[in-house]
Design a protein around this ligand. Structure first.
Ligand code: BTN
Length: 323
């Protein structure tokens, strides 16, 4: 019997108390052994109410990812069949790329409580302290290399879906793959690729979500444009539950990608907040301003310039201009 066994039972019964005798009998141990594990759980940061003659009830969990709870009865086909959990890494994407090179299976997930060198798009740093969610998924899709950008679009759809389902907040996608809540960024994606000219070897899809950290802890230069789920929701968000939801959404999205790649683009368009807006795109291969018309099959943003010309932009930062 481990403390995880007791935790599982307490979690399954958050409204009723579970008596020490009952727990002991179900686990085939003494009541003293149960008590010892309850104390160990409290040292881990769980709050457990103990009422004489009624028993124990879990009242609060530490804001930490519980790997066993992420994978327990997850119900996915591919994503999260293997989970690598660390308290700290430099970058989950870097570790995932190393594991992929060493042969890790399709769907393996790498997550960590915090990253000391989280990587963002366009060579930037991704601020990734405790209280955030950092996850990288190793994918081995049998797709031609030119379809690889669809993986990022699929990841953005999955992340927006998981955020909405877990928090009830409205999440939209700003091209290329920022997830916004009420106009501010809560999540970013970074895809890294190992490919041959005509086929993908493996892809690491990295997803970073600002969850429970204090908004004022975000780097000053981003603070106006970014937010956290807890700030928007007005309360702590269960990161274990959010990660589970994310893996389920990714599993659905991955299946869609392999079966019907065009459907990924449609799903992205349904959730996007960029198309139909006047935008300025900076970085990438130069600055462009115009009307965001569409995304093409390669995930590039199609912009109609004021001159009437059409350009496709592959990378950059979009600002949605006020009408
Ligand atoms: C962006 O610039 O918006 C992309 C941010 C991507 C951050 C995630 S966190 C998990 C994974 N590991 C990393 O080092 N980066 C990605």
């Amino acid at each position: 019997m481990t403390k995880d066994d007791i935790l599982r039972m307490l979690r399954a019964s958050t409204t009723d108390h579970l008596s020490g005798a009952d727990l002991a009998a179900r686990l085939g141990v003494s009541r003293a052994a149960v008590w010892k594990q309850i104390k160990a759980l409290e040292r881990d940061g769980f709050r457990i109410e103990a009422v004489p003659s009624k028993g124990y009830r879990l009242t609060a969990s530490p804001d930490r990812i519980a790997p066993a709870d992420v994978t327990d009865r997850l119900g996915t086909r591919v994503i999260g069949r293997a989970l690598v959990y660390r308290t700290e890494v430099v970058s989950t994407n870097t570790l995932a790329m190393e594991l992929a090179q060493a042969g890790a299976a399709d769907g393996t997930v790498v997550t960590a409580e915090k990253q000391s060198g989280g990587k963002g798009r366009l060579g930037r740093t991704w601020f990734s302290p405790e209280g955030g969610l950092a996850a990288s998924v190793i994918l081995r899709p049998a797709i031609p290399t030119h379809q690889a950008p669809l993986v990022t679009l699929m990841g953005a759809v999955a992340a927006a879906g998981a955020i909405s389902r877990s928090t009830g907040l409205p999440a939209g996608i700003k091209w290329p793959n920022d997830i916004l809540v009420r106009g501010r960024k809560v999540c970013g994606l970074l895809t890294e690729l190992s490919a041959e000219p005509d086929r993908v070897r493996h892809i690491v899809l990295g997803i970073g979500i600002n969850v429970n950290m204090d908004r004022t802890a975000l780097p000053a230069e981003y603070r106006e444009r970014t937010t956290t789920l807890s700030a928007e929701k007005g309360g702590t968000v269960d990161r274990t539950g959010l990660l589970r939801e994310l893996l389920r959404e990714l599993d659905r999205g991955y299946r869609m990608l392999l079966k019907d790649p065009a459907a990924v683009r449609t799903a992205w368009k349904d959730l996007n907040v960029t198309l139909g807006e006047r935008v300025a795109v900076r970085g990438g291969s130069g600055d462009v301003e115009g009307l965001a018309r569409d995304i093409d099959a390669e995930g590039r943003l199609v912009i109609r310039l004021d001159s009437g010309g059409i350009v496709q932009v592959a990378a950059g930062d979009v600002t949605i201009l006020k009408r």
